[in-house]
Design a protein around this ligand. Structure first.
Ligand SMILES: Cc1cc2nc3c(=O)[nH]c(=O)nc-3n(C[C@H](O)[C@H](O)[C@H](O)COP(=O)(O)O)c2cc1C
Length: 171
């Protein structure tokens, strides 16, 4: 398997468009690899570095994993892919099952960090967490509180990942 290096500035539109219907965020702790569907994310420049910010709710298994491994990959579809992948990874928890196996995903060795890419969603951003923060509910505009933060849903943690490598996995 080869990796075609990309300049993320050439793919920013494609990555943002893919967030609806969803992309994957993959983490690895020990031997456990877990992918979760995300629909929120920010791509930009902070601290003179290219950054992807992920917004992960408190109760996600992914949040526990991120706090341990402090790195992640972003996995974006290119062309055709099985929509079921996003359904499984967006509704089941890695606490209860091996989603990589259930969703039929193929981990691909990374370049810089320790977390794999995913062959089936081949546009890959390898990200190293530089900063994380729990959002504070009293700072939200009321409209946002009403729409997104009822008691049951839990707050979001933001993970600012420096994009240390970006490529498309090819056969
Ligand atoms: C389209 C879609 C987008 C989602 N976006 C997010 C997101 O940005 N942040 C988040 O915390 N959960 C998001 N979710 C929910 C998680 O993917 C879901 O709760 C998942 O089962 C968590 O997996 P985990 O427990 O293995 O981490 C999304 C789900 C779907 C279907």
């Amino acid at each position: 398997m080869t990796k075609k290096k990309i300049d993320i500035r050439d793919y920013a539109g494609e990555i943002i468009k893919a967030m609806r219907p969803g992309i994957l965020l993959t983490t690895k702790v020990g031997d456990k690899v877990n992918s979760m569907t995300i629909g929120w994310g920010t791509l930009g420049i902070i601290w003179e570095r290219p950054i992807f910010v992920a917004y992960v709710r408190h109760q996600r298994y992914t949040r526990e994993m991120l706090d341990k491994c402090r790195e992640f990959t972003i996995n974006v579809p290119v062309g055709e892919y099985r929509r079921k992948i996003l359904g499984i990874c967006g509704s089941k928890s890695g606490r209860d099952m091996d989603k990589i196996e259930v969703a039929g995903l193929t981990p691909v060795d990374p370049e810089v960090i320790n977390t794999p890419g995913i062959k089936e969603l081949p546009l890959t951003l390898e990200c190293r967490v530089l900063y994380s923060q729990e959002q504070e509910s009293y700072k939200f505009n009321d409209e946002i509180t009403r729409q997104f933060y009822t008691m049951e849903t839990g707050d979001h943690f933001c993970y600012y990942g420096e994009i240390v490598s970006a490529y498309i996995i090819e056969d």
